[in-house]
Each structure stands twice: as structure tokens, then as C-alpha cells.
Design a protein around this ligand. Structure first.
Ligand SMILES: Cc1ncc(C[n+]2csc(CCOP(=O)(O)OP(=O)(O)O)c2C)c(N)n1
Length: 554
């Protein structure tokens, strides 16, 4: 049965019928018909952010935590361009986001109209697909397709640009005939799965490298079965953290620029690397010419274009991480890697022994872990604190570590954590930021208060843009150019927003402050005053080989 509706109503109806339940957005002239229709659809909860960038990050956080599409909305011109960083972040990290933007009316397009910008052109390289909807009759189909495209195959962001007059245009709305069956995901060619199994059987120093694709494909059990059947030690990339339990005896840690020495050394000695759902980017490989010089590489990825993109592979398997790993587990014979594991353990060192302050990141993270019983999701920003969290938080549960890995977007954590909360309302969400990144999107505290989002905010305050200062210390002769950063009084700031704020300066205060902040019913902020010039060790110099870590300050 068809009804005649305006484009704005068609948009709302299609989103609601598709099961979308939350939108993050900000209104403006070119999207007003949509906002006029929206109150008639109470099943679409709208979260009014304080900046459109936050809407995109929140939709991204929602998507990563729920596995469903996150939706954000903005007006034309500056509203649309404010989404760009969030869409690029989602694109780099394969997160299914649909962005809906208002556009100037069709007769005004191309006339330098007020708040006109070519958001289709701007977002072309940072979206999987984008659409300029020219007729309300096409809108429902475009929205359904956009939701499907964002989610299917390798996920990513999609943008739908809707001129204002199309939102007002009447057209027939026909309800969805029912969900289309998604195209089956490839499961890998038989011969390549068998060749990978043969290489695993023949290797003496094999490693399993696990990336974000394992989380996206829900392949935890399969990857664990592969590790346990073969005894292969497991490395998790930054985006692969929480794809494999940290405390598992086979888990080694994170590779690459800030990876542990024993992990990078294992890579350099390995004779086989089985990589699942990762892209072997430069933060993982260092100087790619010197990466894993003795290893053959088996690369499993859903996206064919990732195979051979960065590293030469002996066997490339295009397929869904879960399905391919399951087939691989069936194809291999049980084996162990005891001598190899003992060799790796021999080079393991205590972590971050260089941290001199009484309140180490480890102690802070232990306090958060204890207060939540580990039943929380951690969302990090970008910088030193991000690396400390990646290396030190004892993740046990799948997909409980969320960060901007590919684009490295400062300002991500605070808004993304709002989306994570909406996807997982029953458990604490801690957004951990540096004093730099926190100040980029701290206005979202107002959103949390207005919308009742009990996100726990942690600020690691070292008075510097710490990671850049660290690079200046090592590679720019300690010239701390534009990295000292002033902060407001965060406790007073929290009070101004009407939320409890805590300042922790000594380790002895940690348990009480973190416990109270975690237990409070609404959003809270905890500032951790940490050592100013602490560094993240080890560190591979940019472009350096994994064999040449810097392990301490000189
Ligand atoms: C939007 C954005 N701008 C600049 C950078 C470059 N950058 C990477 S880390 C960093 C410093 C982060 O400082 P802070 O947020 O205080 O965290 P810390 O490193 O001290 O933990 C900067 C400026 C970035 N990643 N993102």
C-alpha cells in the first residue's frame, strides 16, 4: 500500500522502518523540513550535539559498539563540512555510518547559494558511497540502499545529501517489502585455505596477527580456536585490541611504533605471519622493507584491495574473517609452538618502567578496571594516553576498546563515548583523553547533561600535547614548539556543567575518586594530574625498522 508523503516524512519513515533508533545531529536552514517532521517519530531518538563533528563521531561510536549503522544529521554548508573529520575517521576504521545532510533547493544548486557547499565532491574520497537525491520518489530506496551499503562487505560511511525542496516534495511512500538478503560474504578459495594450513603446519616460528576485521566479523571464537589448536602466539593491532583476551597465555601484545619490544622482535624473527583483518599499515610495519624479513605472510581480508597493498603475501585469502578462520581451523592439524613461545618470553620486559611519577597510567587504569570490575568499554582519544591504554588495560571482553586508529583523530573519545553509551546503556563507558584532545570536544558535556548520557570522562593532564612533545624531545632537539597547553580548572568546568568533577594528584586518591565517579548516576569528569614529561616506550622512530626501538630517554 502506498501513501503520499513529503520527502522529510519519507526519510523519517524509512529510517524508523529500518530499525534506526537514534540519530545524532544539529539543525539548520536546509534540513528544517526534516526537523519539522521528526517529532512525529518518537521511535527516532535525536541527540542534539554541540558541534556536527561530534554527531559523526557519536554515530561512529554507536556503530562500533552495536555493530549496527550509526546515523548523523547536519544542515548544508558549515553543518555538512563539520561532519568531514568524523566521516574520514569512520572511513579509515571501516565503521558503518550514514550521514544525512540538507542541501540548498535544486534550483539554487551551483549558484553560490547561502550555505551551499558541494558536500558530495568533498566527501567522495572519504565515503564508501554518496548520493544527491534529486527526487523524493527515490528517497526511500536511497536510504535503504545507503544503510545496506554502509554495513555490508567492508563497512564504511555513506552520505545522503537531500535538497530542501526534495524534503518538501510529495511522493508515494511504499513500505519496505522486507529486508533484502545480504550478498553472501566470501569464505576464501579452497586451495588458498589449504595452502595457508600447509604453511602453518610447516612453520617453526608462526605468529597470528589480529586486526579490526576480527571484531567486525565477530570472529573471536574462531580466532581463539585457531590460536589454541596451533599454539601460535597472538598479536593484536591497535584496532584489534579486545579481539583476543589480553590475559590469555598466547597473547603477546601490540605491534608497531609503540609495540612491546618482545612483540616486534617476534615479528622480526617469525617465519610465518598469519594476518587476519588488518591492513599492515605503517604504524604496524615501520619501515616496510625491513618488516618481518624472514616471514612468509598469509593475509586474510574481506577487502581484496588490502591484499598485497602494503606487504607481499605468500597466500592472500579474500573472505570474511569468521568464515575463513573457521575453515582454516578445520583444515589444520593440532600443533604446539612451545620452543618458539619460550624464545619470545625470554625477551619480554616490564612495561613502561620509565614512568617515574607516583601515579602511573597503569595505576589509573587499574583503578578504572577495579571500579568497573572490567565490565566497561574504554574509548580513547589520540596521543600518549591512547598508547598507555592500548598497552596496559587488561581487556577481557570482545570489542570493549574503541579508538580512532587509522585517522588518529584527536577529539574522538568524548563524542564517540556518547554513541557507545547509547549502544550499551547497561554498562559504564569511560572516555579517556589527553588535555589537548579533551579540549577539542569538551563542549559535548552539555549534550551529556541535556540528553542524560552518563559518560565517565577521564582527562590525563600532563600540560602538554604529550605525544607531539615526545617527538620533539626525540627528533627535534627538545624544542617544545607549541606543545605546552594550558587547561581550565576541570573541576570547576565540570561544576559549571552541573556534573561532579574530581582532581586526582596522588595515587592514594585514585580508588575513591574513580569509584565515586563510576558509581554516580550521570556523567562525571576525573582529571588525573600526571607527570609532565613522561614518554611512551618503546618507540620505533618514524620510518625506522621494528628492530630498532628506542627504549628509554637519553
Ligand atoms: C585533530 C588532530 N590534530 C592534531 C593531531 C596531531 N597529534 C597527535 S597526538 C597529539 C597530542 C595529543 O595531546 P593530548 O591530547 O594532550 O594527549 P597526550 O599525548 O598528552 O596523551 C597531536 C597534536 C591529531 N592526531 N589530531
Amino acid at each position: 500500500m502506498s501513501e503520499t508523503l513529503s520527502g522529510a516524512h519519507i526519510l523519517c519513515r524509512t529510517l524508523a522502518d529500518a530499525g534506526v533508533d537514534v540519530l545524532f545531529g544539529y539543525p539548520g536552514g536546509a534540513i528544517m523540513p526534516f526537523y519539522h517532521a521528526l517529532p512525529e517519530y518518537p521511535c527516532l531518538r535525536h541527540i542534539l550535539v554541540r558541534h556536527e563533528q561530534a554527531a559523526a563521531h557519536a554515530a561512529d561510536g554507536y556503530a562500533r559498539a552495536s555493530g549496527r549503522v550509526g546515523v548523523c544529521v547536519a544542515t548544508s554548508g558549515p553543518g555538512a563540512t563539520n561532519l568531514v573529520t568524523g566521516l574520514a575517521t569512520a572511513h579509515m576504521d571501516s565503521s558503518p555510518v550514514v550521514a544525512i545532510t540538507g542541501q540548498v533547493s535544486r534550483p539554487m544548486i551551483g549558484r553560490d547559494a547561502f550555505q551551499e557547499t558541494d558536500i558530495i565532491g568533498i566527501t567522495l574520497p572519504i565515503t564508501k558511497q554518496n548520493y544527491l537525491v534529486q527526487d523524493a520518489a527515490e528517497l526511500a530506496g536511497v536510504v535503504r540502499e545507503a544503510l545496506a551499503v554502509a554495513q555490508h562487505g567492508r563497512p564504511g560511511p555513506v552520505l545522503i545529501d537531500i535538497p530542501k525542496d526534495v524534503q518538501n516534495q510529495k511522493a508515494a511512500y511504499v513500505g519496505d517489502a522486507g529486508a533484502q538478503d545480504a550478498a553472501p560474504r566470501p569464505t576464501g578459495a579452497d586451495d588458498s585455505v589449504q595452502r595457508a594450513a600447509d604453511l602453518i603446519a610447516a612453520a617453526t616460528r608462526p605468529l597470528l596477527m589480529v586486526g579490526h576485521g576480527v571484531i567486525l566479523a565477530n570472529a573471536y571464537a574462531e580466532v581463539r580456536a585457531l590460536a589454541e589448536k596451533t599454539g601460535m602466539p597472538v598479536i593484536t593491532t591497535l584496532l584489534g585490541i579486545s579481539a583476543f583476551p589480553e590475559g590469555h597465555p598466547l597473547h603477546l601484545g601490540m605491534p608497531g611504533m609503540h609495540g612491546e619490544v618482545h612483540v616486534n622482535r617476534a615479528i622480526q624473527r617469525a617465519d610465518l605471519i598469519v594476518g587476519i583483518g588488518l591492513r599492515f599499515d605503517d604504524r604496524v610495519t615501520g619501515n616496510v622493507a625491513a618488516f618481518a624479513p624472514r616471514a612468509q605472510i598469509v593475509h586474510i581480508d574481506l577487502d581484496r584491495s588490502e591484499i598485497e597493498r602494503n606487504v607481499p603475501t605468500a597466500v592472500g585469502i579474500v573472505g570474511d574473517a569468521r568464515a575463513v578462520t573457521r575453515r582454516l581451523v578445520a583444515a589444520i592439524r593440532p600443533r604446539t609452538c612451545d620452543a618458539w613461545r619460550a624464545e619470545i618470553e625470554g625477551s619480554r620486559r616490564p612495561q613502561d618502567a620509565s614512568f617515574r611519577g607516583g601515579m602511573s597510567p597503569e595505576a589509573i587504569l587499574a583503578a578504572i578496571h577495579d571500579a568497573t570490575g572490567g565490565e566497561c568499554t574504554i574509548v580513547t582519544d589520540v596521543g600518549q594516553h591512547q598508547m598507555w591504554v592500548a598497552k596496559l588495560f587488561p581487556y577481557r571482553r570482545p570489542n570493549t576498546h574503541i579508538t580512532s586508529g587509522g585517522l588518529g583523530t584527536m577529539g574522538f573519545a568524548v563524542p564517540a563515548a556518547m554513541g557507545v553509551h547509547l549502544a550499551r546503556p547497561g554498562e559504564p563507558v569511560w572516555a579517556i583523553s589527553g588535555d589537548g584532545g579533551f579540549q577539542m570536544n569538551m563542549a559535548e558535556m552539555a549534550t551529556m547533561v541535556q540528553e542524560g548520557l552518563p559518560v565517565k570522562l577521564a582527562v590525563f593532564n600532563n600540560g602538554y600535547l604529550g605525544m607531539v612533545r615526545q617527538w620533539q624531545q626525540f627528533f627535534h632537539g627538545k624544542r617544545y614548539s607549541s606543545t605546552p597547553i594550558w587547561s581550565p580548572d576541570y573541576v570547576k568546568l565540570a561544576e559549571a556543567y552541573g556534573i561532579p568533577g574530581y582532581r586526582v594528584q596522588h595515587a592514594s586518591e585514585l580508588a575513591d575518586a574513580v569509584g565515586e565517579a563510576n558509581a554516580a548516576p550521570g556523567p562525571t569528569l576525573v582529571e588525573f594530574v600526571i607527570e609532565q614529561e613522561a614518554n611512551v616506550f618503546p618507540m620505533i622512530p618514524p620510518g625506522g625498522s621494528l628492530s630498532e626501538p628506542i627504549e628509554a630517554a637519553v
